[in-house]
Structures are given as C-alpha cells and as structure tokens.
Design a protein around this ligand. Structure first.
Ligand SMILES: Cc1cc2nc3c(=O)[nH]c(=O)nc-3n(C[C@H](O)[C@H](O)[C@H](O)COP(=O)(O)O)c2cc1C
Length: 399
C-alpha cells in the first residue's frame, strides 16, 4: 500500500503536497537515521507505517541483539564484530519492513566515514531496503556501490557547493539522487557537516539561501527542480517550522531528536529522558574522533572529557592507540590514528553506553532546539500528527 491517499486517509489529514521519492508518494516527513542503535527497526518501522520515511542507522546494531553480543564476547576479533553487525542490520531491516506493512519507506542511513560503509550498503540492497541515505562524507561512489539494485539514493549535504560536487559526479555516471537532505550544522544533532566548529553558523548553510542556490544550480545543469526533491534537516521543532520550510520550497523535512524521544524510539528510557530534559545551556558542540564537530548533551562523561580535552590532546594526541572496542569502526579515527586535532575517545563505546541509558558514561547526541512535546515522551503517531497539523487527536478531542 503505497498511495499517498492511503497514507493520508488512514491517519493524518493535512494540506501539504506529498514527498515523491522514486515513484512513491509519502508524507513529507523523514525520520533521520540515528546511531548507535537509536533508530533501529522499531522507530523506523513505526514511522514508515504512518506513511513517512523511517530510517535505520546502520552503524553497530549488534547492541540490540543479545545472541550477537554473546558471539562477540566469545570471539572479539574484528571479523566477528563486523559479521555480527551485518547480521544485526539484516535483522533490523526485515523487522522494520514487517512493522511498516508496506507503507511509507524504510531507509538505511550509512555514514561514509565508517570503514564498513560498502558492506552496510550491500546488506541494505540485499534485504530490500527502499533507500540509502548517506552522510558524514561525500557519497561520490554510492551509485557504483548500488549498481543493479533498485534502491533510492539520498545524499546528506549541508550547502550548495556539496550538492554541486555530487550532482556533477553522479550525472557523469548517469544517475541522479532520488532526493537530497540539506542538514544545517547549527541546529542538527550528532556529527555536523563542517570541518571547523567556528564555521557552523556560516550564511551558506541557511535553508533559504541553499534552496535559492539549488534553483539556479538545477537550471544550469538542465534539471527541473522537481527532478530531485530537497529535504531540509536540523532544528525543525513545530508545525509552524514544517509549514515554513515546505512553503519556502523544500519538499520534505528531516527530523531527528524529536523522533529519538518517542515511545517507539529504540533507545533506553534514560536516553530519552536525558535528551528530553536538556535545556539550551546543557547542549554543547565539540570535535569528535571523526574530526567533524558534533553536538550532544553535557552529561558527566562529556563534561569530564571536555575539561581534560587540551591535556589529553597534548599528552596522547599524536600517539596511535589500540582501538578499545576492537571494531575499528571509522576509516579515520583521532584516537586510533593519533590525529592531534581530532577528538580522543572511543565513540563506539560511548554511544553504546548512551543507548543502554548509562548517563554517567554515555555520549548523548542531540539537536540544539526545543522539542515539540517539551519533556513529554509521546508516540510516533502523535509526533507526526502534531508536525503535520499543529494538533494531536487528544488535543482536538479536548477542544
Ligand atoms: C542521537 C542522534 C544520533 C544521530 N546519528 C546520526 C547518524 O548516525 N547518521 C546521520 O547521518 N545522522 C545522525 N544524526 C542526525 C539526524 O539524523 C538528523 O538529521 C538531525 O538530528 C536533525 O536535527 P534535529 O535533531 O534538530 O531534528 C543523529 C542525531 C541524533 C540526535
């Protein structure tokens, strides 16, 4: 069941045009991929069941599978950890598709900066995911990695310069992106698409400006603007914001943090509580081990790390360290490769602790803006309804 009318009539009555991706008509809402394990099958499948795009973050999904964790404890060779993650991803895609009941779209988010990115792409194709959304690096080789597979390809970029590079390269291969996500580094959660912390508020990332520049870029490449839907991401926290950006020319909005804290979000309730209760002053930007800036909540481990960051950098910054998790998850890692100006901690260990709700030791990625339901934890259906209509059924009944 993929028609837009089916999606709309069964749940959310609103006046927005559908988001069209690779022949499908969808609600104009995309749930952003959130690793490690924050958006797995339950969140992605629940979002897709509403007729929107649900995204599984591919990185290190074994943490949701006790048998795979046991297998990794028995043999913690890198090959076994990688195999466990690929099995976990296949299981999560299958479970999300079952939950979605053929509605909406199941996407798999793959970070280009992750060493196993090509394997994650392959599994997404083999398991019948509907789309691959790739960020944290330029996805120039994505069309080659997906040759022969009928799957939507959606790069995540932050400015029109990045879009120009990807479009020019992909058009030489005879492929257009099926949509593009434009993520604003000043608002989004997790890793941010800038090389320098000081750069994140640069005007070139403003959605109005990017949308305007994309009109000109598409025209110069002989493309219709409707050939490639544009989805804006970062800080979209209300129905008014959804209305504003769709009216300004975006075809969809991608939302991360508000979905992470829904009832169906795959993380521990303590993870959701930390994100939901964080105030603006509790949120901080810092340099991650990927070398990219990132945004997270000031929880005890991060505060300790940031207090000692300078000292850690001087002491071990340029020294190579053994990978603490054994996974060697990143192609380039500040800790393992001894890159002084990058971060120096094990990101996989810290994100996995956050997923388990370990407030003392975890790294809790979060976007900068307030949440649509404040500190309340509500369902995916309520959130989508609020974003699309400005009301929830419960509020309408009360009226
Ligand atoms: C906890 C968390 C984890 C995230 N992990 C990823 C990720 O693995 N890959 C990715 O491309 N984006 C990741 N993001 C970014 C989101 O997909 C989304 O684009 C962004 O958070 C949108 O901003 P918002 O949180 O203000 O809605 C993450 C965001 C959060 C909050």
């Amino acid at each position: 069941m993929n028609s837009y009318q089916d999606s709309v009539s069964t749940s959310h009555a609103h006046s927005f045009a559908p988001l069209r991706i690779r022949g499908r008509s969808l609600l104009p809402i995309v749930q952003g991929g959130m690793g490690v394990g924050i958006s797995a099958h339950r969140l992605a499948g629940s979002v897709a069941r509403e007729g929107a795009v649900g995204t599984i973050a591919s990185i290190d999904l074994r943490h949701h599978h006790d048998d795979l964790l046991a297998m990794c404890r028995e043999d913690h060779s890198r090959a076994t950890l990688e195999r466990a993650n690929l099995i976990a991803l296949a299981r999560e895609i299958e479970a999300a598709r079952a939950l979605a009941q053929g509605r909406g779209m199941i996407a798999v988010n793959v970070m280009k900066a992750v060493s196993a990115h090509a394997d994650y792409v392959r599994v997404a194709c083999e398991q019948g995911a509907d789309a691959i959304v790739m960020g944290a690096g330029l996805p120039l080789d994505l069309p080659d990695l997906t040759q022969g597979c009928d799957i939507a390809l959606i790069p995540i970029l932050s400015d029109s310069r990045g879009v120009t590079l990807v479009l020019r390269k992909w058009m030489k291969k005879g492929r257009l992106p099926d949509a593009i996500v434009i993520e604003h580094p000043a608002h989004a959660g997790g890793h941010l698409g800038v090389t320098d912390l000081a750069d994140m508020r640069d005007e070139r990332f403003g959605f109005e400006r990017v949308l305007r520049e994309l009109d000109a870029l598409f025209a110069s490449l002989g493309l219709e603007r409707s050939d490639v839907p544009v989805i804006v991401a970062g800080g979209i926290d209300s129905h008014d914001a959804v209305r504003k950006w769709l009216a300004a020319g975006a075809d969809g909005v991608q939302i991360g943090t508000p979905f992470a804290v829904t009832e169906e979000g795959d993380a521990h309730p303590e993870f959701k509580r930390v994100l939901a209760e964080a105030q603006p002053d509790d949120i901080v930007e810092f340099v991650s081990v990927t070398g990219l800036p990132a945004r997270a909540v000031k929880t005890p481990w991060l505060m300790r790390y940031l207090r000692n960051e300078e000292r850690i950098r001087t002491k071990i910054g340029a020294r190579r360290q053994p990978c603490p998790s054994g996974l060697e998850c990143l192609s380039v890692c500040g800790l393992r490769d001894g890159i002084e100006k990058f971060g120096h901690f094990c990101i996989d260990t810290r994100l996995a602790a956050a997923l388990r709700g370990d407030v003392g030791n975890g790294l809790f990625f979060r976007g900068r803006e307030k949440l649509p339901f404040g500190a309340a934890i509500r369902s995916v259906r309520d959130l989508i309804e609020l974003l699309l209509t400005g009301m929830t059924k419960a509020a309408q009944a009360a009226c």
